[in-house]
Ligand binder design. Structure first.
Ligand code: GRG
Length: 295
């Protein structure tokens, strides 16, 4: 079995080619919109959500061609959320993945349409090819991604985030915000990868527990990095949360306790998939990567 770094690099390279094929060519009309979609999705990002989908798919013995489409659907939703989040009406940022944000490189109207079109393409990918032997299960997958990205998931979390500027949230309130804003899509990535194979409800529940913990850990680490790392390392503007007067795990707990919280969530995620033995190896390694990452 390849070591973790080889596994990550192979999947990242392979997945980049898949995204290139799935995104409309910049030579097809409307060329500017297609160019902006490709600019926003390709050549950047850690691809954490697709990697989680691939790891869960491997655990569930899923057909990798099916997982490719599920992983791409999640990554397109993620890319759309970043494009919209960076717009002047939201976080108003100029740097993402080490390059100019979509509305800076293109224009605001195009950035809005990029998000819209990426979201539609995500659901097209989930519905146009066979991803499960049972049609009802594939419908559930569509619902899962819709719920995770909508007002009861990521978009809802973003709404809470926008409303929280300048406010002092309690720890449970902050957790609710991030479970939706960041956690919901990470959880969906894992479940969608798993749904491409065949697992029992009990096994899916264990993966969901892992996803919930690692989704939150991802955000706690993001807050610590926003506080500690520099812009060049992150590829996005560092220190934005403090600058925008946003509550974070660091402002609420302090750096040391935020790091402790990430460690506790990390351990809980590992415990959730203990029963899968070596089949959960990639999920374990990804949990380590998410908590130890430096960007
Ligand atoms: C606009 C509906 C809507 C939602 C936006 C995801 C999000 C919600 C906003 C992004 C702002 C942000 C910094 C969130 C914190 C965690 C997060 C999602 C970071 C970015 O994800 P990474 O680190 O990014 O996986 P890459 O570039 O590696 O894909």
């Amino acid at each position: 079995m390849p070591d973790f770094q080889t596994w990550i690099s192979a999947h990242q390279l392979r997945f980049e080619e898949i995204l290139k094929q799935l995104l409309p060519s910049a030579e097809i009309a409307p060329q500017r919109l297609h160019a902006a979609m490709r600019y926003s999705v390709l050549d950047g990002g850690k691809r954490v959500r697709p990697l989680l989908a691939f790891a869960a798919g491997e655990l569930a013995d899923a057909d990798v061609a099916r997982v490719n489409h599920a992983a791409a659907a999640v990554e397109l939703i993620h890319a759309y959320s970043l494009v919209h989040d960076d717009m002047p009406c939201m976080d108003d940022d100029v740097l993402r993945r080490g390059k100019a944000t979509c509305h800076v490189e293109f224009d605001e109207a195009t950035a809005l349409l990029v998000g819209d079109a990426l979201q539609s393409l995500a659901f097209q990918l989930l519905s146009e090819t066979c991803l499960s032997d049972e049609a009802t299960k594939q419908l559930q997958m569509v619902k899962l991604l819709a719920t995770a990205s909508g007002s009861r998931g990521m978009a809802g979390g973003q709404a809470i985030d926008l409303a929280s500027v300048g406010k002092q949230l309690t720890l449970p309130e902050l957790e609710q915000m991030h479970i939706h804003k960041t956690g919901a899509l990470i959880r969906a990535a894992i479940l969608l990868g798993a749904h491409c194979g065949n697992l029992s409800q009990e096994q899916l529940d264990k993966l969901d527990r892992y996803g919930k913990c690692i989704g939150l850990a991802f955000q706690v680490v993001d807050d610590v990095l926003d506080n500690e790392a520099d812009t060049a390392t992150l590829g996005k503007t560092a220190g934005k949360d403090a600058h925008n007067d946003k509550p974070t795990y660091v402002t609420l707990l302090g750096v040391s306790d935020a790091k402790k919280m990430a460690q506790e969530l990390h351990q809980e995620a590992l415990r959730a998939v203990l029963g899968f033995g070596d089949k959960a190896r990639r999920l374990n390694e990804l949990a380590n990567f998410i908590v130890m990452r430096k960007f």
